[in-house]
Design a binder for this molecule. Structure first.
Ligand code: ADP
Ligand code: MG
Length: 304
């Protein structure tokens, strides 16, 4: 059994929206798991069910071998964290700490502040700090009881590149300390440098799930862009039938520009030029380009 998993988790809101459709999340201990999907895909609904804020319509949540999440071992950054603006960072964290049964809040607060790099701003009021700093206060709040699992709903959303980078560095550091992290985002490239696992959610369905390393191996290929002076004739059908080619896509409707999706790059580089030379076609463009997991993700999202 995984550290955190859901079994056929579904949620239909009273207005009839099926926000989550039979999702089976599988998250191992120590993983940084990215739940990725466009706006409205069902990420926050899933997360709110995990946190026990929403009841699922059907299905179940399992955490560390038990049914349901243990809130004493879980920290949560909501999507739109609302802060008590008049409080200082320290006061807010003290208040957060008071929600848990802890013997030494001061030490926990100090450690959380250091983890998010806000130890020098502790007396600053919450309405006098930047958006990026607020997100980091939100993470400190989620960490204040030293949880094993952290659930962060779009922690980098709306931040500038530097602010995003800081959050990613914090997430990485927390994983290095042994914490398990579930974080959501509407774009994969934003999280892909730090994620070890990923689940792609679209229209409430988990369309893809796996370890980043496996997905990269499985999906990363190369494309060959081909251009011809005039119609390439039967050459295209010939290329399409080669066993190291997965498909050929026409780009212009005039049979002069194509993208050839390659299964085996080494063989394509060696054998394809001969096939082209043996035909009558005149090549004007020939370029191999690497396709990354991020490219595939972008394409999947655009199709939807
Ligand atoms: P995400 O976090 O991926 O952007 P959400 O989980 O917030 O997606 O929303 C998933 C779907 O459920 C959307 O179609 C959204 O409009 C709908 N939805 C979200 N919250 C509610 C609600 N409280 N009542 C009814 N529908 C909702
Ligand atoms: Mg959301």
């Amino acid at each position: 059994m995984n550290f955190l998993e859901t079994k056929n988790l579904s949620k239909t809101y009273p207005n009839g929206v099926e926000a989550v459709k039979s999702i089976n999340l599988k998250i191992d201990k120590g993983e940084i798991y990215g739940l990725i999907g466009p706006n409205g895909a069902g990420k926050s609904t899933t997360i709110r069910i995990l946190m026990g804020i929403l009841e699922p319509t059907s299905g179940s949540v399992h955490f560390d071998g038990s049914s349901g999440i243990d809130l004493a071992k879980t920290g949560y950054l909501p999507e739109c964290a609302n802060f008590y603006r008049f409080m200082t960072i320290r006061e807010y964290l003290e208040w957060s700490c008071s929600l848990y049964d802890l013997s030494d809040c001061e030490t926990n607060i100090e450690e959380s502040l250091i983890t998010v790099g806000l130890e020098n701003l502790r007396e600053r009021k919450l309405d006098e700090i930047s958006k990026g700093q607020k997100q980091r206060v939100g993470i400190a709040q989620a960490l204040v009881h030293d949880p094993d699992l952290l659930i962060l709903d779009e922690p980098t959303s709306g931040l500038d590149p530097l602010g995003k980078k800081k959050i990613l560095t914090i997430i990485k550091g927390l994983a290095d300390q042994g914490k398990t992290i579930l974080t959501s985002s509407h774009i994969l490239p934003e999280l892909s440098q730090v994620c070890t696992g990923v689940g792609i959610i679209r229209d409430g369905e988990l369309v893809l799930q796996g370890l980043m390393a496996d997905l990269r191996k499985e999906f990363v290929t190369s494309n060959l862009e081909l251009g011809f002076e005039s119609s390439a004739g039967t050459l295209i059908e010939e290329i399409e039938s080669l066993d190291f080619v997965s498909e050929v896509e026409e780009m212009d409707g005039e049979r002069t520009r194509y993208i050839v999706r390659i299964k085996d790059e080494k063989r394509a580089k060696k054998d394809l030029p001969r096939v082209i030379l043996d035909s009558e076609a005149v090549v004007t463009y020939y370029d191999f380009a690497q396709v990354t997991l991020e490219d595939i993700f972008m394409e999947t999202m655009e199709e939807g």
